[in-house]
Design a protein around this ligand. Structure first.
Ligand SMILES: C[S@@+](CC[C@H](N)C(=O)[O-])C[C@H]1O[C@@H](n2cnc3c(N)ncnc32)[C@H](O)[C@@H]1O
Length: 244
């Protein structure tokens, strides 16, 4: 799934700060341990480094589902529960799932929470009407199995909304954003949380496949009406689709 400096084999337990990014089981273990470490200050650093724009992006994500109150929605990689809270505000019924116990332990939501892997969801087949995922696609070991799992757990006609970071299409903005995300964010992270983790986070964007490949993978998994919307000049992206 990768297109940049991702190591070929995931057999060793690499720190995610290495220049060569881990893959396979090594990536899964490194990501889990990293989020366990940064969980207590995750929300604070997120708000600061995005100037609170992340709050609006998540609300857009919930709106983009277009589901009615009462809908059961799985929030995959729920972290500290931000999307779960937005879903609750919209009177939906979220279930949060995350790999990291530390993130779940720091969550502030009334939603039921489960520890589990996005690539093997602890949810019954065709049981949810909606599925959200915030800023986690690049952390998964692979995207195709995640999209297949998402299709499995969703009812036909259900809606998926995935929000993720992106790079602006305008080259000048992309340059500025590259400096901010690659140099300033790690400094903020080092100051307030964990240096290694916030050096890894900008690099982890290289795990994302080219956009068209990602959208095709979603279609192949069983989704229709696949759409991608850029948010805030393209520093974030929202991908929506309907379970066919
Ligand atoms: C950047 S955080 C995003 C958290 C939350 N969705 C938000 O909007 O703030 C990424 C989350 O993905 C989780 N994660 C990473 N790999 C995962 C996997 N394979 N299965 C489930 N959760 C995973 C991490 O533990 C972390 O909580």
């Amino acid at each position: 799934m990768s297109r940049a400096a991702v190591s070929a084999a995931g057999d060793s337990k690499r720190a995610p700060t290495d220049d060569v990014l881990p893959t396979g089981e090594a990536k899964r273990a490194a990501v889990k341990s990293m989020f366990d470490t940064i969980a207590p200050r995750y929300d604070l650093v997120n708000r600061l480094m995005t100037f609170r724009m992340d709050v609006g992006w998540r609300r857009r994500t919930v709106d983009a589902l277009g589901l009615t109150p009462g809908s059961l929605v799985a929030d995959i990689a729920c972290g500290t529960g931000d999307l779960c809270r937005d879903l609750e505000r919209a009177q939906m019924r979220p279930i949060g799932i995350d790999l990291s116990y530390g993130m779940l332990a720091s969550a502030r939501t009334q939603a039921p929470l489960l520890q589990g892997d996005a690539l093997s969801l602890p949810i019954r087949t065709a049981s949810v009407t909606g599925l959200t995922c915030g800023f986690a696609l690049r952390n998964f070991v692979d995207l195709a199995p995640f999209f297949i799992e998402a299709a499995r757990v969703m009812r036909r006609g259900g809606r998926i909304a995935l929000v993720e970071v992106a790079s602006p299409p305008n080259p000048v903005l992309a340059w500025g954003h590259g400096i901010y995300f690659g140099k300033v964010v790690p400094q903020i992270g080092a100051l307030l949380s964990d240096r290694a983790a916030y050096r890894y986070l900008p690099k982890s964007v290289s795990y994302l496949p080219p956009v068209e490949d990602m959208l095709d993978t979603l279609r192949s998994a069983g989704f229709a009406h696949v759409e991608r919307t850029l948010l805030s000049t393209g520093i974030a992206q929202l991908i929506t689709a309907t379970r066919a």
